[in-house]
Design a protein around this ligand. Structure first.
Ligand SMILES: C[S@@+](CC[C@H](N)C(=O)[O-])C[C@H]1O[C@@H](n2cnc3c(N)ncnc32)[C@H](O)[C@@H]1O
Length: 273
């Protein structure tokens, strides 16, 4: 039998926009509420009745407090945007370009890697919104970027998505992917995306940083992409990154190449963890 508090927490979180709040947070709100209104707690402890005025009032006050304190009203406000994933993806240039081929990209990627159950996305931008196109049933998605704004938006999106499908769990965190010790400690994954990130990490100083990150990421597969347009918007005459191919050979990683408009993807097999 669940305790009084557990039953209240579960009821409070049935509201879609509160489903992503942790049990501890709801617990804290309830404890404070009962301190302020001990009569409510007393009534519910003596007779727990879901039709009682005390029960209705407790649920209402706790939900209102959660919405106020944690800014959760924002989820409701942006929910329409989340339904319109294409609009969010179009807000960033990398993902905007991909909207024309995301639906081909993921089946091709997963036909090589197998369907992942755990994905890491380094320097993710808003790419995790494309999870809607991946058509994966069970998925843990860990997304990392140095932009706090992106991370905040992604966590709202993940909470919203989890509330409509419990088999999806997403978490975004601020993380500098050039910090190798942090990368090493990331959750073990099936696939790690590094889309249009390595040029930024290497900063034109060779490819040592990319090599270190590739070695450190705890993932069986890495998917590393590069733009195939020059800075002036012309098509590159040689879009392949020879250094990436040599690097994979040196490290003993097998790879396949996928070409899409304006972007080349290296699907790299690191092997079992
Ligand atoms: C060109 S965008 C690519 C975004 C996304 N991967 C995509 O392709 O749709 C580069 C992203 O990397 C992030 N970034 C830059 N330096 C980073 C670093 N050291 N660690 C993690 N993310 C970084 C930026 O904030 C930005 O979102």
């Amino acid at each position: 039998m669940n305790t009084l508090i557990e039953r209240l927490i579960s009821k409070i979180k049935q509201k879609k926009e509160l489903a992503g709040v942790s049990d501890e947070t709801v617990n804290e709100v309830l404890v404070k509420l009962f301190k302020r209104e001990p009569k409510l707690f007393k009534e519910l402890s003596i007779k727990f009745n879901e039709k009682s005025a005390a029960y209705t009032k407790t649920i209402k006050l706790a939900r209102a407090k959660l919405r106020r304190s944690y800014g959760l009203f924002r989820v409701e406000k942006v929910e329409d945007d989340f339904k319109n994933v294409e609009k969010v993806l179009s807000s960033h240039s990398s993902t905007k370009e991909r909207t024309s081929f995301y639906s081909e990209l993921y089946p091709q990627l997963f036909s090589i890697t197998g369907k992942p159950a755990v994905i890491l996305d380094l320097g993710c931008g808003v790419n995790p919104f494309s999870v809607e196109v991946m058509k994966l049933k069970m998925l843990k998605y860990y997304a990392y970027d140095i932009s706090e704004k992106e991370v905040e938006l992604l966590n709202l999106f993940f909470a919203w998505k989890h509330s409509s499908d419990e088999r999806f769990v997403g978490k975004a965190e601020v993380l500098d992917a050039s910090k190798i010790e942090l990368v090493r400690k990331l959750p073990a994954a099936d696939v790690c995306f590094m889309f249009k990130l390595t040029d930024i990490l290497d900063r034109g100083k060779g490819h040592k940083k990319t090599e270190e990150v590739m070695k450190a990421v705890p993932s069986k597969w890495l998917v590393i992409s590069f733009p195939t347009l020059t800075m002036s918007g012309k098509k590159m005459t040689a879009p392949h990154r020879n250094w990436m191919e040599w690097l994979c050979q040196r490290l003993g990683y097998e790879f396949k190449v996928l070409n899409f408009p304006n972007e080349i993807f290296y699907v790299v097999r690191k092997g079992e963890l």
